[in-house]
Ligand binder design. Structure first.
Ligand SMILES: C[S@@+](CC[C@H](N)C(=O)[O-])C[C@H]1O[C@@H](n2cnc3c(N)ncnc32)[C@H](O)[C@@H]1O
Length: 235
């Protein structure tokens, strides 16, 4: 499968920041192609190494990506942040929906995943940090850090997060989203049975007055559903 075209980015800031992965090589081209099969192997290898951090054995399907993105208004968004982009299953699908002048950046803790993504999407800055630092990441992007994000596309394994990380990440997320902004995040049925997963889903209403759950995407491995979490206010 051919590598997708680099995504457009409005802010052409420095490609390499301390502690961050950036995908643009000196010649502006990726150093190697990363076909889907290779990405799948890389993803699985990372799951073996860090099962709770990666939280899935395979990248999300195109059907799940479509479901996630259909639930939010990407074309009308000025700032879109991707949490835990992994090898880019959602990143591939966000690009074609971004409006002119919009910006997209990712926050990915896993250096190997970030490298794969940087090669596939040299135009997208990937911050190698944890999502609970999203406010600092926004400031690094030249944004205010509060109420500055329209949409968050989350691929995070919330059901394997320790309690304190769940709380810090949700608090920071609620602060960076603009009034009427939204986070979409997927889950697996098994996650609803895990104590940390149950804590996460119970916790959501503390941060988001509007939460909806989608139908199940059965073609995903494993089948998944999507929560759309909206902050108060906005149009
Ligand atoms: C289930 S994978 C999803 C990958 C991709 N979005 C997809 O759907 O195929 C979860 C991703 O979240 C990343 N991750 C886990 N904890 C994180 C954290 N605290 N901050 C940023 N990324 C994190 C993992 O490294 C992994 O790439």
């Amino acid at each position: 499968m051919p590598r997708p075209a680099p995504l457009p980015l409005a802010n052409a800031g420095p490609d390499q920041q301390p502690g961050h992965a950036a995908g643009t090589h000196a010649n502006g081209r990726p150093s190697h192609a990363s076909p889907r099969g290779h990405r799948g192997v890389r993803f699985f290898a990372e799951w073996i190494r860090r099962p709770t951090q990666v939280g899935a054995i395979a990248p999300s399907s195109r059907a799940l990506a479509r479901m996630m993105l259909d639930l939010v208004d990407i074309p009308a968004s000025r700032v879109v942040v991707e949490y835990g982009p992994g090898t880019g299953a959602f990143t591939d699908a966000i690009g074609p929906r971004l409006g002119a002048g919009a910006r997209l950046f990712g926050i990915e803790l896993n250096a190997h995943m970030a490298d794969v993504l940087a090669h596939r999407h040299p135009g997208v800055r990937i911050h190698r940090r944890s999502v609970d630092e999203v406010e600092a990441v926004c400031r690094d992007e030249g944004l205010s850090g509060q109420g500055c994000v329209d949409v968050i596309i989350s691929g995070l394994p919330w059901a394997s997060f320790p309690d304190d990380l769940q709380v810090r990440a949700l608090e920071a997320t609620a602060r960076v989203l603009r009034p009427g902004g939204a986070m979409v995040t997927f889950g697996y049925h098994i996650g609803l049975m895990l104590p940390a997963g149950r804590r996460f889903y119970k916790r959501l209403p503390e941060y988001f007055p509007s939460i909806t759950r989608s139908r199940t995407v059965w073609s995903n491995l494993p089948p998944a559903f999507v929560f759309t979490c909206r902050t108060a206010g906005g149009a």
